[in-house]
Write a protein that binds this ligand. Structure first.
Ligand code: PMP
Length: 449
């Protein structure tokens, strides 16, 4: 089997996600033969360091022996079973452990099979809670500008990235959108914390004025990942938690991308010392192995659905593969690795290395900002460093970085003009150096004439 034969076959039948398929007339599609740790290998024995964890899912490397072993064991025991009326050990153990390690008020796990579905569940649960409580006026949701929560219609509506959303606008529920605390936009001399506090005024005003019609605020904690890795200070979450309590509005925290150590703590919420009413997890939940997600809720929310059947208050939402045992087993192996190894502590060293190996770019005439939250580091390429004027998107400069990186053993996947690293935690310091060196060269090439 060669790259070429597989590419030809692929392009006959597969419609790839998030891709203008015509690009593949000039851009190489890369069939991967095997994975090992941070490395992917194609059919010509070319290797690629997976600097973006295959869309932010992988945390302990490809083909991790401990996760593999657990899945193999489960496979010979029970591959799948309906989770309505039936249950199984991996789901039970996983739910128990998630309740233990997530913020204290979260007591119940509702499983689904991908991030967008977990968001749909959270939105429906929040609305339905208020409905069951007789608060029929509560029908709306608040989000942040530049936020992202997935691609199914409800999750797409909950986000605010124009590139993905605008075409479908006529199909989507209308949100109340509040300006993001995005610290890239802070004025000179203003700290990120001050900026986040200042921006909170917009949120407070909306909650104060419209809380009677609002079910929940949905938010990505600390990092707006798909929104070009824009970051903000934890104080915003602390203020938001207090205001949601004050105005009787749920707080939905979408930790799908931020969870499982990405931001430097197991969950980003911890940095703000808050406990949301609903929390969505996916991606790293299974170590990036299998599609699984969970929406955790408080007992207060759960109890509002618990009643005699005739009262029709139950949450009648389902997906066929809800709580799949193989996915749950991968998740249990992932939690074991967090429990047994010093992952969060070790990541501090890796995060520091990511910072020092890119620091040289801070003086680059076309780099407006290098920002970092834990294991996520992003570099913003601009046309004009002083005014932060962006390069026109049509120039696709990020794509030049992508191509240079592929030619030099690294898989980067810039978001527009933002180059970022979100690697698996098994990356070594030498591999971080390679990743940074290639990114720096790519930025030189992309920002040249
Ligand atoms: N929420 C956030 C914050 C995400 O980053 C993503 C995926 N990038 C999703 C939701 C959607 O998850 P999925 O792609 O599994 O539907």
């Amino acid at each position: 089997m060669t790259n070429k034969t597989l590419i030809n076959r692929d392009l006959q039948t597969i419609w790839h996600p998030c891709t203008q398929m015509k690009d593949h007339e000039s851009l190489p599609l890369i069939p991967i033969k095997r994975g090992d740790g941070v490395w992917l290998e194609d059919f010509q024995s070319r290797r690629y360091l997976d600097a973006i964890s295959s869309w932010w899912v992988n945390i302990f490397g490809h083909c991790n022996p401990r996760i593999n072993q657990r899945i193999k064991q489960q496979l010979d025991t029970l591959e799948h079973v309906i989770l309505a009326g039936f249950s199984h050990e991996p789901a039970i153990e996983l739910a128990e452990r998630l309740v233990q390690i997530t913020p204290e008020k979260l007591k119940r796990c509702f499983f689904a099979d991908n991030g967008s579905s977990a968001v749909e569940v959270a939105l429906k649960m929040s609305f339905h809670y208020w409905h069951n409580k007789g608060q029929k006026k509560k029908t709306r949701f608040v989000n942040l500008s530049n936020s992202y929560h997935g691609e199914t219609l409800g999750a797409l509506a909950a986000g605010d990235v124009a590139l993905y959303k605008d075409t479908y606008a006529p199909l989507l529920m209308e949100m109340i959108t509040v300006p993001s605390p995005d610290c890239y936009k802070r004025k000179e001399g203003v700290s990120c914390e001050q900026h986040s506090r200042i921006m909170f005024a917009h949120m407070r005003e909306v909650l104060e004025q419209q809380h009677e019609e609002i079910c929940a605020v949905i938010i990505e904690p600390l990092v707006q990942c798909a929104g070009n890795m824009r970051m903000y200070d934890p104080v915003y979450l602390t203020l938001l938690r207090a205001a949601c309590d004050e105005f009787d509005v749920h707080l939905i925290v979408d930790e799908i991308a931020a969870g499982f150590g990405r931001t430097g703590t197991l969950f980003a919420c911890e940095q703000a010392g808050i406990s949301p009413d609903l929390m969505c997890l996916s991606k790293g939940l299974t170590g990036g192995y299998l599609p699984l997600s969970v929406t955790l809720s408080t007992d207060e929310i759960y109890q509002a659905f618990y009643d005699d059947y005739e009262n029709l208050t139950a949450f009648l939402h389902s997906h066929s593969f809800t709580g799949n045992p193989l996915g749950c087993s991968a998740a249990l192996a992932t939690l074991d690795i967090f429990a047994e190894d010093r992952i969060i502590e070790n990541n501090k060293i890796l995060a520091q290395k990511m910072q020092t190996s890119t620091a040289i770019l801070s003086d680059h005439p076309h780099v407006a900002e290098i920002r970092q939250t834990g294991m996520i580091l992003a570099i913003e390429m601009v046309k004009n460093k002083n005014t932060k004027e962006a390069y026109p998107w049509q120039q696709r400069r990020g794509l030049k970085v992508y191509q240079h990186a592929l030619d030099n053993q690294v898989l980067l996947r810039p978001l527009g003009n933002v180059i970022y690293f979100m690697p698996p935690y098994v990356i070594t310091e030498d591999e971080i150096e390679l990743m940074a060196k290639v990114a720096i060269e790519g930025i030189e090439i992309a920002t040249g004439k």
